[in-house]
Write a protein that binds this ligand. Structure first.
Ligand SMILES: [Zn+2]
Length: 299
């Protein structure tokens, strides 16, 4: 992991928890800012709600029977590699992937999956992890899940519920000492203006943009994009992000759209990962460029 510059800030003693639905989500959302905070000395923990057991194999080179037969174990190993590349600790919440419901109307969710687990049950498990790790800042998905996978929506619901419950001594009294994280964020890095900017830059450089079709289908949503409060500069860590993505070999096609835009162009056009500050128990003025802005370390 080449990081050419010595970190300019010291984040030691600060803790950040990302709650994600599947292994790979931690590498496709917020991974470069994660790598930056780790390099600066923060402790970052990824909580993965499900094992990703029902994910399709999205990399043609990995679409082999022996991979499919052992998909749970394969994805576990991929997650371990990504974890080490990003320099985070990682915990499994221990639920089973709901799968993407294909069809119209959508079929019912499979029995026992994360999407069907009672909210209280999943929340208690996450509260236990929050109280053990004691993050100052938590991130999760917006209420639309970032994209409407049932596990992503559930991940949002569980994270918001745990953020609210973890500091309350009356909630889940057997799940550890109460701990109130100071800030809660939603990921907004897959925003349309970013995609448009990358697309325009590709066209301008005479390169083939991977986003032509996608942009045609995606109607502009200025009110939605205006929800972004926080842009974290992290272009220096795009390389680490890409290595972490590649670790999820069943999910990430090395020849696919993830890597179609040259990294230097990304750094020039959109050098940040973007977030929405949803709840803050500390003073912080938006717009911000730092998830830890205004956060007070442990006394
Ligand atoms: Zn996912």
């Amino acid at each position: 992991m080449p990081t050419s510059h010595a970190p300019s800030v010291d984040r030691s003693g600060l803790r950040l928890m990302h709650v994600h639905a599947h292994p790979d989500d931690e590498s496709s959302k917020g991974a470069a800012s994660t790598a930056r905070y780790v390099a600066e000395g923060a402790d970052v923990q990824v909580v993965t709600c499900t094992g990703g057991e029902r994910g399709s194999i999205l990399n043609p080179k990995m679409d082999r029977p022996e991979i499919l037969e052992n998909i749970t174990e394969v994805r576990r190993q991929e997650m371990e590699r990504a974890r080490d590349i990003l320099g985070v600790t990682q915990e499994w919440l221990g639920f089973v992937d709901s799968g993407w419901p294909d069809g119209d109307p959508k079929p019912p969710l499979p029995e026992g999956c994360f999407g069907l687990v009672p909210l209280e049950e999943a929340t208690e498990r996450l509260v236990r992890l929050v109280r053990a790790f004691r993050p100052h800042v938590m991130t999760t998905y917006d209420e639309r899940g970032g994209y409407p996978h049932p596990d992503h929506i559930r991940c949002h619901e569980v994270s918001v519920a745990a953020f609210e419950a973890a500091g309350d001594p009356d909630r889940f009294p057997d799940a550890g000492e109460p701990w109130q994280p100071q800030k809660l964020y939603y990921h907004h890095s897959f925003n349309r203006p970013r995609m448009q900017a990358l697309h325009d830059a590709m066209v301008e450089h005479g390169l083939e943009s991977p986003w032509e079709e996608r942009l045609k289908e995606w109607k502009p949503e200025p009110e939605w994009d205006a929800r972004i409060t926080t842009r974290v500069p992290c272009a220096e860590y795009f390389g680490v992000r890409d290595q972490a993505l590649l670790a999820h070999a069943t999910q990430i096609d090395p020849d696919g759209f993830w890597f179609a835009v040259p990294r230097e162009l990304q750094a020039e056009v959109w050098p940040t990962e973007d977030y929405e500050l949803v709840t803050s128990h500390v003073e912080s003025v938006v717009p911000e460029d730092d998830l830890f802005a205004g956060v007070t370390p442990d006394a």
